[in-house]
Design a protein around this ligand. Structure first.
Ligand SMILES: Cc1cc2nc3c(=O)[nH]c(=O)nc-3n(C[C@H](O)[C@H](O)[C@H](O)COP(=O)(O)OP(=O)(O)OC[C@H]3O[C@@H](n4cnc5c(N)ncnc54)[C@H](O)[C@@H]3O)c2cc1C
Length: 298
């Protein structure tokens, strides 16, 4: 056992597991074995594990709910840090601060308890606050950065508070996607509304999503970004008649052409082949290069 493993398995023994697989921690249920999977219970533990990995130059990656990732079939020789135990939400005046591992629906419900509104559209996105901030998640013409106040990050050395005006972001993109650090939490501005009004909004968005995304196989949401503001990748794929196309266990969803679903033990390679197939077809027909929305973990 080297000194890294010694420290991890002593100092962080209670939160470290071995013999896990990406299939267990991603909504796609795809990927290879993981050397160490860590579930920090506090921000201090989260930063401590990252510091340890950096010190020993060990590969690490942070995951929230794993709902926007495609993990390689290969063995992950490093540490996967899952934030799901860091789920506190504090609501004060017209602001809600959520730790990175809080699920979006939980943030919406905690805000509702104090009659605060603004993020109801996100209630059906199966991700954490950390993942949503990193991806600038959005739906129904809204995005998480609209309500953002500040983000708390750990850059490997210290904790910093970054105000929205100092963060680079755009459609499904933020500076945190190329960041050697972690989002610890985020604060959001919300508006006072009646409980009934908030409840109605939640129901409206839940229903809307059910009608649009009735998908019963494991998946990671939309695979591609919108190539243009009013044009979805799914519309292009649908126009090509590709719904239901299958490679190995991966299939273009029959109900939503923007989703690839894992119908039967799909491998990462199956999905990648299907992605390449779609990219080629869309480029040949429309001269458009689609960009990936899902994040690939090598
Ligand atoms: C059925 C379904 C529907 C979806 N619908 C939508 C939708 O409407 N709109 C939308 O935008 N997305 C949608 N998604 C995609 C996904 O749910 C969102 O992008 C979500 O915000 C990702 O959160 P997560 O916690 O699952 O992130 P993960 O998938 O765990 O991680 C995503 C990326 O963020 C990084 N990351 C995660 N947490 C942190 C952190 N604390 N600090 C630093 N990096 C971090 C990861 O390393 C990875 O690169 C959908 C997915 C599914 C399966």
């Amino acid at each position: 056992m080297n000194s890294f493993e010694n420290t991890l398995l002593n100092k962080f023994k209670k939160i470290t597991t071995q013999d896990k697989n990406f299939k267990e921690i991603t909504t796609f249920k795809i990927g290879g074995d993981i050397k160490y999977l860590v579930y920090p219970n506090t921000t201090k533990e989260l930063c401590g594990v990252i510091k340890l990995c950096l010190k020993h130059k060990v590969r690490w990656v942070v995951l929230g709910n794993g709902s926007n990732v495609l993990a390689s079939d290969d063995f992950f020789e490093g540490v996967v840090i899952c934030t799901k135990n860091l789920k506190n939400v504090k609501v004060k005046k017209n602001c809600a601060f959520a730790e990175c591992g809080a699920m979006l629906f939980w943030l919406v419900l905690k805000a509702k308890e104090k009659n605060l509104s603004g993020l109801e559209w996100a209630v059906g996105i199966p991700g954490t606050v950390g993942g949503a901030v990193v991806m600038n998640a959005g739906a129904f013409e809204k995005e998480i950065f609209e309500n953002l106040n500040y983000v708390l990050v750990f850059d490997g050395k210290r904790v910093k508070k970054l105000k929205k005006k100092n963060i680079k972001y755009s459609y499904r993109h933020t500076q945190f996607q190329n960041f050697e650090g972690v989002v610890l939490g985020a604060s959001f501005f919300l508006l006072q509304k009646s409980s009934d009004e908030i409840e109605e909004k939640i129901e409206f968005f839940v229903q809307k999503r059910k009608n649009m995304q009735n998908i019963c196989y494991p998946n990671a949401g939309s695979v591609f970004k919108k190539p243009q503001k009013d044009l979805s990748a799914s519309a292009l794929i649908d126009m090509l008649g590709l719904k239901g196309t299958q490679i190995g266990g991966a299939m273009i969803s029959k109900s939503h052409a923007g989703f690839i679903v894992n119908t039967n033990n799909a491998t990462c390679k199956d999905v990648q082949k299907l992605i390449d197939f779609i990219l080629e077809k869309v480029y040949n027909m429309f001269n458009i290069i689609l960009e990936l929305e899902i994040v690939y973990i090598k």
